[in-house]
Design a binder for this molecule. Structure first.
Ligand code: PEP
Ligand code: MG
Length: 586
């Protein structure tokens, strides 16, 4: 069956599918089948006298991509990232081939269609040819062909990627996709979809995290939704239970409308807690901060009552575009957030690119990206890019309370090199007479087991720590957080994970260093008491989770939970741990 086609079945038959609910709530709407942003294009006819112009438009886009790749090849030669060289060269060769340089031009003429559509037809043709190839190596080149086509399509669209879907009833549209990248989801912010469901994906993939930040219900790992659901069918998405109901009958529809209303009432009630200080029943203050991806998230942060930004995932400023944001553009973005938080702390994480958050054009350039040139490894391999970001953050630091957070720290060298890079950026600014906060705190993320186990090695050189549980779990349990086939094994309550978490929090306390959790565990209300019992006092989460977590904090007595949490730590069996946790939350 071709990608995107629906399976033959009787119309309007009611059926249910189960996946992983990654963002709670209930949505009721009409399905919109989403084929993926990158090669989704409009189709329109061009007049015969416009054909040469359309061909020139195509030629210009191809030339633009060639120039861009040639520039990239140049910088790859100059830098140490030599593994990129072959990928760039293959792409350049493909562009030279008549499959890209000639055939789409002919299609424009024959079909009298726009350049995007011609390229799309040619891509379909090439993809079909690849399907018949047996040789595994050659088959893999299919990815390169697709990426080259995507680059040319992006050039045709202009420098920034845009969402290519406009369902008629956007606000009640349920997006049904095979897979979505975090970059796709970030583009959804310009739209108001009711929910999205995908066939692939894991619970803490960045795509799932982005869904929570949009505060719309979302379900991943449904496996067959893209093939079974038809355009415009009525769909219920229950993000809490991970259930999708297609063509519900009247009784089911009425039941879910009722649930939807009750959820709305609950949500409104929670809003009353917005300004209440977060403290346990015994009066211990707890800091509830928010995670953001872009300055436009500030509104949600304010609405959540969060008292700081505990994680600004700065890499989202670098996504959905083919150029890099320069120092001034980054400075403006950081300043907007820092000023917007009015003196409250803003923790800006340095670029965490790689794994499932790829820069445009680098999506499939390594076999094992989660273990590859990611986060601080990438920044240290690209010193100029890192320096630009550090300068921008430092310049913005004078507008409020900024903190710098280094992702994926693993080795002593990375730590010392990062600190030297910050010192260098400061020195440059001093020489130029540019003001910044001389005492901007520098923290490190604990998200690789090596960092958790050898924490004393890092702790003395850092001002604070933040545990990235999403990656810490991924690397401790050797489970790809984006892979739906192992998603059921991704377990925050695994004794190894709990023991690492508890150990890290205790070590930080012994060294009197502030420590936060900024992974998804921090926003899971079922884990709030457990983390409080471990000694955690700083939580950072999606804005949409802050009020629910606050409610749980307000109803918790630390002396009461202490013995139950101690039992969790003594338990080795996962089932037992779950039982004790239930008791803890009762
Ligand atoms: C984490 O790994 O827990 C984290 C907060 O970082 P990210 O999810 O962006 O990898
Ligand atoms: Mg991480």
């Amino acid at each position: 069956m071709a990608d995107g086609a629906s399976a033959p079945r009787e119309y309007n038959i009611c059926f249910t599918m189960h996946g992983i609910g990654v963002s709670g709530g209930i949505a009721i709407g009409h399905a919109h089948l989403f084929t993926g942003m990158s090669t989704e294009v409009d189709h329109y006819e061009v007049a015969s006298y416009d054909v040469p112009r359309e061909q020139r438009r195509y030629d210009r886009a191809v030339k633009e991509v060639k120039d861009e790749l040639a520039g990239l090849a140049e910088s790859v030669r100059a830098s140490s990232a030599s593994e990129l060289a072959s990928f760039v060269n293959v792409h350049l060769m493909l562009l030279e081939d008549s499959a890209f340089s000639e055939v789409p031009r002919e299609i424009i003429k024959e079909e009298r269609c726009n350049a995007e559509w011609a390229l799309r037809l040619q891509l379909d043709e090439l993809t079909a040819q690849f399907d018949d190839i047996e040789d595994e190596y050659l088959k893999e080149r299919q990815n390169d062909v697709r990426q080259v086509a995507e680059r040319v399509l992006a050039a045709l669209a202009g420098s920034k990627r845009r969402i290519a879907v406009k369902p008629a009833r956007e606000e009640s549209a349920i997006l049904v996709a095979r897979d979505l990248s975090p970059a796709d989801v970030i583009l959804f912010r310009e739209h108001h979809f009711a929910a999205f469901v995908t066939d692939l994906g894991g619970a803490t993939s960045h795509t799932a995290i982005m869904a929570r930040s949009l505060a719309i219900p979302a379900i991943v790992a449904l496996h067959h939704a893209r093939h079974l659901v038809r355009e415009d069918e009525l769909v219920i998405v229950d993000g809490d239970q991970g259930v999708v109901i297609v063509n519900p009958d009247r009784a089911v529809l009425a039941e879910y409308r009722l649930k939807q209303n009750q959820a709305r009432i609950e949500k409104d009630k929670l809003k009353r807690l917005r300004t209440a200080p977060a403290a346990t029943l015994d009066g211990t203050p707890v800091h509830l901060h928010a995670n953001i991806e872009l300055p436009s998230d500030l509104e949600a942060v304010r609405a959540s009552g969060a008292t700081g930004v505990g994680l600004f995932r700065s890499e989202f400023l670098f996504m959905n575009r083919r150029d890099l944001p320069d120092e001034d553009e980054q400075y403006e973005a950081y300043r907007e957030v820092i000023e917007g938080m009015k003196g409250r702390p803003v923790t800006i994480r340095t670029l965490d690119i790689g794994a499932d958050k790829a820069l445009e054009g680098q999506e499939h350039d390594t076999e094992n990206p989660a273990l590859g040139l990611r986060a601080i490894r990438y920044c240290l391999a690209e010193p100029e890019l890192f320096n630009t970001q550090l300068r921008a953050i430092l310049r913005a630091s004078r507008h409020g309370k900024a903190m710098i957070l280094i992702p994926m720290l693993c080795s002593w060298n990375e730590l010392t090199q990062s600190i030297s890079a910050i010192a260098r950026a400061k020195e440059e600014l001093r020489t130029e007479g540019v003001k910044f906060d001389e005492y901007v705190p520098v923290g490190g993320m604990v998200e690789i087991p090596a960092a958790a186990i050898a924490l004393p090695m890092f702790i003395r050189k850092l001002d604070f720590l933040s545990i990235g549980t999403n990656d810490l779990i991924q690397y401790t349990l050797a489970i790809d957080r984006t892979d739906d086939t192992v998603a059921h094994l991704y377990d925050p309550l695994h004794p190894a994970v709990l023991s690492l978490l508890h150990g890290v929090i205790r070590t930080a306390q012994q060294h009197e260093k502030p420590i936060a959790v900024c992974g998804e565990m921090a926003g899971d209300v079922e884990l709030t008491r457990l983390l409080l019992g471990f000694g955690l006092r700083h939580f950072s989460m999606q804005p949409s989770s802050v009020l629910a977590v606050k409610q749980r904090v307000l109803g918790t007595s630390l002396p009461d939970i202490a013995p139950v949490v101690a039992r969790v730590l003594r338990s080795e069996e996962p089932e037992k741990i779950r039982q004790i946790l239930e008791k803890l939350n009762a």
